[in-house]
Structure formats: structure tokens, C-alpha cells
Ligand binder design. Sequence first.
Ligand SMILES: CC(C)(COP(=O)(O)OP(=O)(O)OC[C@H]1O[C@@H](n2cnc3c(N)ncnc32)[C@H](O)[C@@H]1OP(=O)(O)O)[C@@H](O)C(=O)NCCC(=O)NCCS
Length: 181
Amino acid sequence: MVPELRGDRVHLRELTEADVPAWFARATDAESAALAGDPIPESIEAGFVWLARNRERFRQQTGIRWSIVPNGSAESVGSIGLAITSKDERIAELGVVIGRAWWGKGLGTAAAQLVARYAVDALNLAEIRAELLQSNMASRRLLEKAGFRFEAVIPDFDQSDAGSVDGLLYVLRGPDGTETP
Ligand SMILES: CC(C)(COP(=O)(O)OP(=O)(O)OC[C@H]1O[C@@H](n2cnc3c(N)ncnc32)[C@H](O)[C@@H]1OP(=O)(O)O)[C@@H](O)C(=O)NCCC(=O)NCCS
């Protein structure tokens, strides 16, 4: 079972069917989807596929995703997760989305800090990576405050009719994670 993580501002719990409507609202927010690089789903059914995929990844030990709930509330404001991209090298990628109504309240940062600590201390990961659009200032600040450091520019990260834009790679290393030269 996905472990519950508790912090001062938010707690992170297992995803459930009750999270699907809020997921659909976030996923169909065009600006948010573009920032996160996610396709916009056509119907809420995609939310149940999203839930099943996350459950399967947890069973396979290739990923873990939580619902973000502010303390003192029962309402989920977003989700955050780790996708294990290399089991051998103990590398994971972080993904986080907060619903627009709750942007800028520190909830994303609080959730990322909990997951970063869990990834290093409990999962013993050597490296947690995050890739984002250069223009995603909220995400950059969130990552910096959660202990991630800028690592590299990713050329042609996002390609659209309007042209291509670069992305950024941020990395958080565990105690034995080695710096790339
Ligand atoms: C990125 C995201 C998760 C941040 O979550 P959040 O709860 O709004 O972030 P926080 O409130 O913890 O704020 C983090 C920092 O970003 C700043 N920030 C928030 N919104 C901002 C904006 N629109 N522009 C610039 N900075 C912003 C905050 O002021 C804070 O910095 P500070 O401590 O220096 O003041 C959220 O905006 C989101 O879901 N965006 C759409 C999806 C996305 O981009 N996901 C990440 C993909 S890598």
C-alpha cells in the first residue's frame, strides 16, 4: 500500500477513485497541461485509466503517486509522484501538478519537500530528476526550495507549430549520488 506522508502543511495519501474528477479538471486546464507537457484527455474515463496505470506502476515498483491534501481538509488539491527511470542506477523522475485554484499557496513546495525526503531516506534513491519548460518559474522555484539544483539545459525540449523551446533539468542527489563531471 502507498505509504501516507505527513508534513506541517499537507499530507500525501494513496490515489483513489474520488480523485478522478479533480484530476480531470486539472488535466483539461490548457495552461497547466502545457506547462506539465501532458496531453489533454477527451473524457473523464481517461482518469480511471490514469488511476489504474498508477496502481499498476506501484505494483510493479516502477512508480509511486500520491494525492496532495492540505492538513485540516479532506479535499485533494493535486498529485505528486515519482517514476523510477532506472532501477539499477536508482534514478527517478518527479512530477507534480496542483489545481489552479490553489496555485501560489506553498502547497506544491510542501508536497515536493515531503517526496524528496522520502525518495532519499526511505527509497534510497541516488538521484531524483525533474524536467521542465524554461518558462515554468513556479516549478523552478518549487524545485529549488525542495533541494533540487539546476543541472543542464535540454535543447528542443518542447516542439510545437510555434517553434521549439528549451527545457531545464533539475536534479536532487542522495548522499551517495555522484555528480556528473
Ligand atoms: C508548478 C506547480 C506545481 C507549483 O505549485 P504551487 O503550489 O503553485 O507552488 P508554490 O505555491 O509552492 O510556489 C513555489 C514558488 O513558485 C512561485 N510561483 C507560484 N506561481 C508562480 C507564477 N505563476 N510565476 C512565478 N512564480 C510563481 C511562488 O511564489 C513560490 O516561490 P517563492 O517561495 O519564491 O515565493 C503549479 O504551479 C502547477 O501545478 N503548475 C502546472 C503544472 C506544472 O507546471 N507542473 C510542473 C511540471 S515540471
